[in-house]
Design a protein around this ligand. Sequence first.
Ligand code: ATP
Ligand code: LTN
Length: 331
Amino acid sequence: MERERRARVFSGIQPSGNLHIGNYLGALKNWVAIQDDYENYFCIVDLHALTVPQDPKELRRKIREVAAIYLAAGLDPGRCVIFRQSRVPAHAELCWLLNGIARFGELSRMTQFKDKTRKEGTESASAGLFDYPVLMAADILLYNAQLVPVGDDQRQHLELTRTLARRFNHLYGETFVVPEPMIMKSGARVMALDDPTEKMSKSSPRPGSYISILDEPDAIRRKVRRAVTDSGTEIKASPEKPAITNLLDIYSATTGRPVEEIEDEYRGRGYGQFKQDLAEAIVEVLSPVRERALALLDDPRGLDELLERGAEKAREVSRPILASAQAKMGL
Ligand code: ATP
Ligand code: LTN
């Protein structure tokens, strides 16, 4: 297939907190799997990370860490454009244009905003946190991406992106492609290990709630061993058993085996063996990623250069699309 004719894919991860197995199974792993079939843009969304306070030094380190993890997970810079959002000013510029058509009411209904302000309230939340989904829409529309591979938690943001694209096209004439979410059946919603009613999250203050991609094998084994389970001993997925359902889903997504097959294998056996095998399956998948990432981090200059080359390409591709939106709006 000609590169020019391939559908475009855009996705991103924030360089905040520790990338975890949810980010891997819900996003990264799928990006790697589809990279041959599309024209790919994989972004490190550092402007999104700034919607909550970040330590500047730590942020700089995290940006390289995410770049290293992208490559270590198998993204090939020869087939994907890998770059930092803040190095392409058009993202912030298009965000501002879209702010003119995004509505206060629709942003108020975003569950991520509600979740993230539940504890501290909205009064002290940053305006950026509220506007987060509009910047995300700008990211995607700026490349006329057709497909956006993400975890299930991003479904509502994608729906808003589609609404904004349609609204812009309706008000100002055909400009943007209306993108489709690409959400896998398995691994798209990994829950916290210590509380299966909560999504596994990078910004969690409880390291026991997530398995980091850079966790050492023994840390992974310990966290899986301590993961909460439901009452009873049966290893079977069901809505009444959210903890074991989550572990089964992780097992299935890491090994590619259907949940039913795993249930059959462990019928009549205890949680002990199941957890031990699950931990080994995770270690097997994450250890090589961790090792490659640590090796890549030995060459920070190399990572910076790679990101800069990606940004050049991203600026080139996005420039005419931003220009077209500006012209349509009368700028
Ligand atoms: P935070 O919790 O700090 O908001 P996050 O863990 O949600 O961060 P993001 O950078 O916001 O991480 O998300 C990057 C990608 O990982 C997105 O595609 C998102 O849908 C996916 N993702 C995040 N958490 C999970 C999860 N628990 N299960 C599956 N996919 C996830
Ligand atoms: N909001 C996303 C990260 C993100 C993103 C994007 C994902 C920012 N811009 C564009 C896909 C496409 C999240 O996972 N929290």
